[in-house]
Design a protein around this ligand. Structure first.
Ligand code: ZN
Length: 196
């Protein structure tokens, strides 16, 4: 499996609510191998998360890893609250968003290639799920990790970031790099006519 196996927007599998996995299924060689494949595909893409529907499997499983920050400045890491997140697997997740302040940042998706857009997300979340050993875990996350969790769990519930983005801010990566990279999000919202 490789990057080309990532399902693109327009495929109905991305609009299907994924089914839960039983503990027996999670521990089966098939799912264990799938997790390894997803890790490889996510790293090759490269991406910081990959949900099973994105490789055509409508099951409640996603992998996350956010370790490479070499393309970001210290200031960008700070404003995004982006800290290193080691590889982990979420299965049958329930997500609880902390009420209150949201954060707006540019977001993209491997299933919506070449585009990005501004998406408001809860700054802090709690996720109750199973891990790859079928053990229950509780993940408390803030900042970018919270954003990744919301994005991936949305995939399991048939939702894409483009459903939550401020529509006028959807743009090609090329425009983003040419016009907006390094600018603050408020400036993007002001200039594209989308006031949240
Ligand atoms: Zn995505």
């Amino acid at each position: 499996m490789h990057k080309l196996d990532i399902v693109q927007v327009g495929d109905p599998v991305l609009r299907q609510v994924a089914r839960e996995l039983s503990k027996e299924e999670i521990l089966s060689p098939e799912i264990q191998n799938l997790i390894q494949d997803m890790k490889t595909i996510m790293r090759a893409a490269p991406g910081v998360g990959l949900a099973a529907p994105q490789i055509g499997r409508p099951i409640q499983l996603a992998v996350i890893e956010d370790m490479d920050h070499t393309h970001l400045t210290a200031e960008q890491l700070l404003e995004r609250e982006r800290y290193k997140v080691p590889f982990h697997v979420i299965i049958n997740p329930r997500i609880y968003l902390e009420e209150g302040e949201t954060a707006e940042f540019m977001e993209g998706c491997l299933s919506v290639p070449s585009f990005v857009g501004v998406v408001p997300r809860a700054k802090s979340v709690r996720v109750v799920c199973l891990n790859e050993r079928a053990e229950q875990v509780v993940i408390e996350a803030r900042g970018w990790h919270a954003r990744i969790l919301q994005h991936e769990i949305d995939h399991l519930n048939a939702t894409l970031y483009i459903d939550r983005a401020f529509l006028p801010t959807i743009m090609t990566e090329e425009s983003y790099v040419k016009l907006w990279k390094g600018k603050n999000i408020k400036e993007i919202l002001d200039n594209l006519g989308s006031i949240p």
